[in-house]
Design a binder for this molecule. Sequence first.
Ligand code: MV4
Length: 596
Amino acid sequence: MFKKVLVANRGEIAIRVFRTLEEMGIASVAVYSELDRDALHVQRADEAYLLGGPTAAESYLKIDKIIEVCKESGAEAVHPGYGFLAENADFARACDEAGIVFIGPPASAIDAMGSKTRARELMKAAGVPIVPGTTEVIEDVDAARKVIDKEIGYPVAIKASGGGGGKGFRVALEESELEKAFEGASREGEKFFSDPRVYIERYLPDPRHVEVQILADRHGNVIHLGERDCSVQRRHQKVIEEAPAPAVDEEMRARIGKIGVEAAKAVDYVGAGTIEGLLQDGEYFFLEMNTRVQVEHCVTEMVTGIDIVREGILAAAGEPLSYKQEDVELRGHAIECRINAEDASKNFAPAPGGIGNYKEPAGPGVRVDSGVGPGGEVTPMYDPMVAKLICWDVDREKATRRAIRALHEYEIEGLKTLIPFHIALLDTEQWANGETCRDLLEDKSWLKTLAFDAPPKPAEGEDETVEQTYTVEVSGRRFDVKVIGPPFAGGAVAMNGAGAGGTVPGRAAPKRGERKASAGGGADELVSPLQGNMWKVLVEQGQTVEEGQLICIIEAMKMENEITAHKAGVIETLSIKEGEPIQSGAPIAVIKAPAE
Ligand code: MV4
């Protein structure tokens, strides 16, 4: 077994891997960027090395530097986590060449599954059911029209060949929409994967996203750990995942499990991987394979009791898996809520910032995998997912109630997160019925009800307003009192001495990030919440917009972030252009309210 392993990642997944390494008696090495000097993952490892500058390109994506640190630290293997270099075949190859074990599948399997058309071709040949459509790239719109008329029929999904995870995915319900969908998918493929080629699938109108967890070793053993349902997605980002899938019974589990095992065998897979698929009307279709450990692997760990990261490390070291298929038993139900620094009421806009007080939930059946702590910072430079809350109980209904309880227990001061969104969604009838909740995620008015308790906007020229919560005792009974007004208002101070030993520590004074300044730059100005590239501008100067209307889309960390109007009015100034970089805090537009 390895004596020392480097984890080429950050945040919660780096810490997740460190925990298993420690249990296996393996020393751990962290790497970090200049922005992550104080990050939790750096403190959690036995040793830590600086990679370079703040951007991912200068740090977590630097193959040469990571290999150099492996040699310097004496790490014999690298765990890539997810994202960054996890599905980069060049990195896997560079590790091989340097004599360092890549904890994951062979580079050839990453390559095979990386090209979605190649993967479809391989799966078809292996007898794995794929969504009906082409296994070859389609040259142009004319060729697309022909193949759809002859073989597929409308509606169709046009997907980028180099894509995956919904990037470069467009739908054409009928022929009139084909050209736009084709070009959209192609453009996005070029942009994100430097590959404009696309293929075509029949579009399934209401499928469930069901994926199978696979484990494989170098001795020819391939097993599955059952499935997860990840149908609650927003812009192709999963938001809630669960195991087992509500729509899958024993018979179907065996059937799709076998499909997953066959798919993995077809590419000589090693380690932990996931077969993603669509389930509709009892039929299961292969979509793509993720050749790495996934964010949502934890729900499977909770219902099987198997440490997926551990099995991946064992397989990479040439050890056999610890389990045979017949050892795998599912027990109870697990639900994972992704805790993103995002504002669901504002189109899921990224909401990076500083954390004040921080307290994680606990108790029976509750697991929190997080990468932040009290006083931490969520930077717009990396993924907005700061933690995962995973709750287990004997059945789906009880697991749901436990998740809601734990979400209420979770305290993250100063940061806007998806916690209120999760509480509201898990409380809906749709969730209770095991529906996909796709319409809820598009329901603007429902999402608006999740707006954060923000103080009223101060009038022009007025001082900043803050919301402060004080605990007071009246005749021996405790009350929480919310005061909205200028900071340290006389009345509130007189009541219990704000900030000077309020009865509940940490509740007395407003925390960093909770202050709502009179909107940086003036109440009319819309500024960028993050650094990235202006991918699309959807309005013009002089145009009248409604509150919440889409203004532009900023691409950052391969994510499209929708920026919406913070108020209704006329766009007086528009300071952005498609294709140009934009800094966090830079002006986007000035919106003047219409004269009344
Ligand atoms: C599809 C589809 C319908 N038909 N493909 C691709 C990436 C993944 N994030 C979801 N993807 C889909 N591919 C065909 N041919 C619908 C989706 C889809 C989806 C599927 C199940 C549950 C939720 C979904 C949300 C968005 C898109």
